[in-house]
Design a protein around this ligand. Structure first.
Ligand code: SAH
Ligand code: SF4
Length: 358
């Protein structure tokens, strides 16, 4: 049988585990610290544990990380890691440099079951949910990379905007969030952990109850008619219901929920759409992040002109809606929004690219 991987364990679980092994509970604290804050790769590194215990742990548990099978760096500093999982499926994780920190774009599923028409990840279909250790491992690999390269910028933000729909892997997402935010471990502020969702209303409410973080909603349309043409699950949840769920969601440290809006030429980029969006959002402190569509030969849409994007943005700004345009980073290595795909074993390397909130 496979050895349990300790990277998927919360602090409390590690304490329990050590008690069961006949060891003091504080050994759990020590191991948790090594795995998270220190990014240890082996039990041997854990020098404050007795040698005999390290040997025992190596026999019982695994700390294995996915293998980095490809690493590409764009001229803008964006780094894309292709990671091979134990069943040979692959996922992608993107590290993006910002002015004073790095942001990591993390995947939660292999593929995605939602199938938005403008998204390459959606097009590849759904393979499986990621385990907690596979989500956490993406952070360990990136953090280790930042440390080893001697970069001055800290890894401070995590956005769940890689492959997959995070709220459809809910339990593993929440457990990962708990591990990532624990003050004795990675210690990410909840405000700097952003869950991006296509809008599964009951799961947004559940996240609000169990572990509120920063929230981003992939809205992409100001009304049901357009939204349903782009996002199959929009047939189940109306735009109005979705916006109501966002308003109910707690504002972590007074942060604003982000409304993500992919601008598709001739589909949702008109002034009329901008007007409708304003009336939908007015009176509540949202922020809008416009994402000019990242084209791909397999996707049936076009990117609007820069002028059109600017006009759309300026209209929202003129109505006092905080609006930014997301600069796609990593386009040169196909690491941009919606361009992350999984390469199946034996398939040709398929160079893809992420976008980042500005
Ligand atoms: N499934 C979640 C998390 C993935 S985030 C969600 O959809 O929110 C991926 C972000 O990239 C989403 O906002 C998505 O709408 C956007 N995106 C997908 N395909 C894109 C494309 N071709 N061009 C620009 N943005 C895209
Ligand atoms: Fe899935 Fe998000 Fe892509 Fe839609 S945009 S297919 S929900 S990853």
């Amino acid at each position: 049988m496979d050895k349990p991987n300790l990277r998927g364990f919360e602090l409390e679980e590690l304490r329990e585990l050590f008690k069961e092994l006949g060891e003091p509970a504080y050994r759990g604290d020590q191991v948790f610290h090594w795995l998270t804050a220190r990014c240890a790769l082996s039990f041997q590194e854990m020098t404050d544990l007795p040698k005999a215990l390290r040997a025992r742990l190596s026999g019982l548990f695994s700390l294995e990380l996915p293998e980095v099978v490809d690493l590409q760096q764009d001229t803008d500093g964006t780094v894309k890691f292709a990671l091979k999982l134990e069943d040979d499926l692959q996922i992608e994780t993107v590290l993006i440099p910002e002015r004073d920190h790095f942001t990591l774009c993390v995947s939660t599923q292999v593929g995605c079951p939602i199938g938005c028409r403008f998204c390459l990840t959606g097009k590849m279909g759904f393979k499986r949910n990621l385990k907690v250790e596979e989500i956490i491992s993406q952070v360990v690999i990136a953090k280790k990379f930042v440390q080893e390269k001697g970069f001055e910028l800290p890894l401070r933000n995590i956005v769940f905007m890689g492959m997959g729909e995070p709220l459809l892997n809910f339990d593993n997402l929440v457990k990962s969030l708990r591990i990532l935010s624990h003050p004795k471990g990675f210690n990410f502020s909840r405000k700097r952990l952003t869950v991006s969702t296509v809008g599964i209303v009951e799961k947004i409410d559940e996240l609000a109850r169990v572990f509120p973080t920063a929230l981003a909603i992939s809205l992409h349309a100001p009304n049901d008619k357009i939204r349903r043409q782009l996002i199959p699950i929009a047939r189940k949840y109306s735009v109005k219901e979705l916006i109501e769920a966002c308003k109910r969601f707690p504002r972590v440290k007074r942060g604003r929920t982000t409304i993500e809006y992919v601008l598709l030429k001739g589909v949702n980029d008109s002034l009329e759409c901008a007007r409708e969006l304003v009336s939908l959002l007015k009176g509540f402190p949202f922020k809008v992040n416009l994402i000019p569509f990242n084209p791909h030969p397999e996707l049936p849409f076009e990117r609007p002109s820069e002028e059109r994007v600017k006009t759309f943005q300026e209209f929202l700004l003129s109505k006092r809606i905080l609006t930014t345009v997301r600069k796609s980073k990593g386009l040169g290595i196909r690491a941009a929004c919606g361009q992350l795909i999984s390469r199946l074993p034996q398939s040709q390397p398929h160079r893809q690219g992420t976008c980042l909130p500005q």
